[in-house]
Every structure is written in structure tokens, then in C-alpha cells.
Design a protein around this ligand. Structure first.
Ligand code: AKG
Ligand code: FE2
Length: 357
């Protein structure tokens, strides 16, 4: 049974960026201005062509399920070499995807007074507010997000989810279950290509912990000075991202370069999280990614993180351990692992590094 009192951790409360970003002639406050070395080059919508020479792979789920060997090979190399891919023919209906996107935009754009009801409190990272903020000096992201734990149902926060508008909750209920099934299906495909016994990895994810981050990146008058979302890798097993189609923002680190992800209609962006890198002892890679902002357009995304159950223990699976390849990562309980992730600043792959033996 899941733990009703489970909490991911806490974070300092930060002002609502949505209100700030509305100001005309806005000068970006210093708390959002990144240092020289973090500074980013923004891309405008018309110079995309220059940046999309390299693209993350595109995988077709129906071909994987039907055991098409070329697709299975492409999938294996996407998980190994990129840690990221776009998934088409994923089986989640476009009407549900569109409804989820609309409901997400509605909730993220609620007036400040309404949003206050769903703000983070000082004990939790769930609700409107940024996570990973540990000091008043720390730089903030140009993002006005909301985090929710959604599954198992017993971890849902009683002061939060039941109070959200009913149309949002109804859509969230359906979306969250469909994305759980999709995440498990992807993990089963990985078991198949990795030649791991059935259920040996996917079994950990039964009754798994699912959390969502709804991201709103407002337009920024000086996008080159801020970061929408700090470079990080996800703590999850697998993450499934739904994003606005008309604004590019996500970038993935590949061989030391940032590669922008050009949205494909009706595709999800999938990435391997730190837990799967640990379970596969580094065979599959959890890759650093970040988000940049746009001077005119706001951008929305919904990241759904699927993790092993809170009662499980994570660490390298025996299939990946040999005399030549000893375990590279610690073994620990999921609760301890998740709390550790939320008790630090978000910083590249530093938490995964802390998991290394
Ligand atoms: O907004 C995006 O494209 C990425 C979001 C993300 O990486 C996250 O929420 O962890
Ligand atoms: Fe992420």
C-alpha cells in the first residue's frame, strides 16, 4: 500500500512570474538573470532551419509492439545513445491530448487570486510554485509551474487535487491512467530489447509513483539572460512530455551541444530518467535537457514522470552486472531516493552523480 503521508519535500516560496511577466516595459529582475557562463542564445522562430540539422530520433510505437526488428533496433539506440526520442502512433487519442492541453492552459492561466488556492505551502513542492529553491540568493527559472503527484491515488494531496476545477480533474484522471499504461508499455519494450526477463524491471513500476509538472514559460523581453528550466536530468524512470506545437523551447544535450527539439504534431517526447539509467547500470542514459524562452510567445508543457512504486528498491539489475561491469550505482529505497532529489538544487546531473558508487 502506498504511503498517504508521502511528501516529495519542500521548497522556498517564490513570487508568481505570470503577473510579473505581464508588466509592460519589464526589466528582468536580477533574481532571474543568469551568470555569463549560463547565458543562452535564444532562437527565433524563423531561424529554426539552422538548428535542426541534428534531431532526436522518432519512434513508432505500433511498429515496436508488432516486433518490427528495424524499429526495435532504432528504439534501443535511441535509449542508449540519445536518452530521448519522439513517439508517434502512441495510441493516446488526439482528442484526449488536445483536451489535456486545453485544461492545462486554463489552469496555468487562472488569475492570481484563483491560483492562490492552489499555491505550494511551506511543507510541500506540490501546487503552484517552483521546486528546488533552497535560498533567497538562488537564481530562479523563467517558469511558473505547478507540480502534482497523481498516482497511486492514495498519494494525491487532499488539500489540492479535490479543489481543482472538476473539468481539469476529470481530464487529469483519464490522462494520468493512459500515461501510466503508456509508460509501462515502453518499459516492457525496453525489457524486450534488453533481453531482461519479463516483469523483472516493469514489475517495479506496477503501482508506480506518477507526478506531473505543468510548465508555463511566459514570454521574456530578454530571453538570452534567463533560463526557462535549468539544465537537469529527470529523477524518473521514464518521462512523457506533451508540449505546445508552435513554440520551440526544449533542448537536449548531445555530445556537448544543445540540440533543440522541434515539436511533431501528435507526438510525445519521451526521455529516460535517472532511475532507468541506474537500473540498467548505465546502458540506457538519462540526458540533460533545458528550456529556453521566447521573446513573444508563451510556451506550455506537461511533463509526466513515471517511477517505480514507493515501496520498491532501486539499483542496477543483475542482468547488467558482470565481472567486467560491476555496479556503478547505489541501491536504495524509492522514498529515500525521491526525497533526496527534492532536497537539493536542480543542477545538471548532480543527483545522479551522487548516486554513483
Ligand atoms: O518544458 C519542457 O519542454 C521540458 C520540461 C521538463 O524537462 C520537465 O518538466 O522536467
Ligand atoms: Fe525534465
Amino acid at each position: 500500500m502506498a504511503n498517504n503521508n508521502f511528501s516529495l519535500g519542500s521548497s522556498l516560496l517564490v513570487p508568481s512570474l505570470q503577473e510579473l511577466a505581464k508588466e509592460s516595459n519589464l526589466t528582468v529582475p536580477s533574481r532571474y538573470i543568469r551568470t555569463e557562463q549560463d547565458r543562452l542564445v535564444s532562437i527565433s522562430d524563423d531561424d529554426h532551419g539552422l538548428h535542426f540539422l541534428d534531431q532526436i530520433p522518432v519512434i513508432d510505437l505500433q511498429k515496436l509492439i508488432s516486433d518490427e526488428s528495424a524499429e526495435l533496433a532504432k528504439f534501443h539506440s535511441a535509449c542508449k545513445d540519445w536518452g530521448f526520442f519522439q513517439l508517434v502512433n502512441h495510441g493516446v487519442s488526439s482528442s484526449l491530448v488536445e483536451k489535456t492541453m486545453t485544461e492545462m492552459q486554463n489552469i496555468l492561466k487562472l488569475p492570481l487570486e484563483e491560483k492562490k488556492k492552489f499555491r505550494q505551502n511551506s511543507e510541500e513542492v506540490e501546487g503552484f510554485g517552483q521546486a528546488f529553491v533552497l535560498s533567497e540568493e538562488q537564481k530562479l527559472d523563467w517558469n511558473d509551474p505547478m507540480v502534482l503527484t497523481t498516482l497511486p491515488v492514495s498519494v494525491r494531496k487532499p488539500h489540492l487535487i479535490p479543489k481543482l476545477p472538476s473539468t481539469f480533474r476529470e481530464t487529469l484522471d483519464i490522462y494520468s491512467l493512459e500515461l501510466k499504461d503508456l509508460a509501462i508499455c515502453l518499459i516492457e519494450q525496453m525489457e524486450k530489447v534488453l533481453k531482461v526477463e519479463e516483469k523483472e524491471v516493469s514489475g517495479l513500476f506496477e503501482d508506480g509513483l506518477q507526478a506531473m509538472r505543468l510548465n508555463l514559460y511566459p514570454p521574456c523581453p530578454q530571453p538570452e539572460k534567463v533560463i526557462g528550466l535549468t539544465p537537469h536530468s529527470d529523477a524518473s524512470g521514464v518521462s512523457i512530455l506533451l508540449q505546445t506545437h508552435d513554440v520551440v523551447g526544449l533542448q537536449v544535450k548531445k555530445d556537448g551541444n544543445w540540440v533543440p527539439v522541434k515539436p511533431i504534431q501528435n507526438a510525445f517526447v519521451i526521455n529516460i530518467g535517472d532511475v532507468l539509467e541506474m537500473i540498467t547500470n548505465g546502458e540506457y542514459r538519462s540526458i540533460e535537457h533545458r528550456v529556453i524562452t521566447n521573446v513573444q510567445k508563451e510556451r506550455f508543457s506537461l511533463a509526466t514522470f513515471y517511477n517505480p512504486s514507493l515501496e520498491s528498491e532501486i539499483g542496477p539489475n543483475h542482468r547488467f552486472i558482470t565481472e567486467q561491469s560491476p555496479p556503478k550505482y547505489k541501491r536504495l529505497g524509492m522514498q529515500e531516493y525521491m526525497r533526496g532529489y527534492f532536497s537539493r538544487e536542480l543542477d545538471s546531473k548532480s543527483y545522479l552523480d551522487a548516486m554513483k558508487l
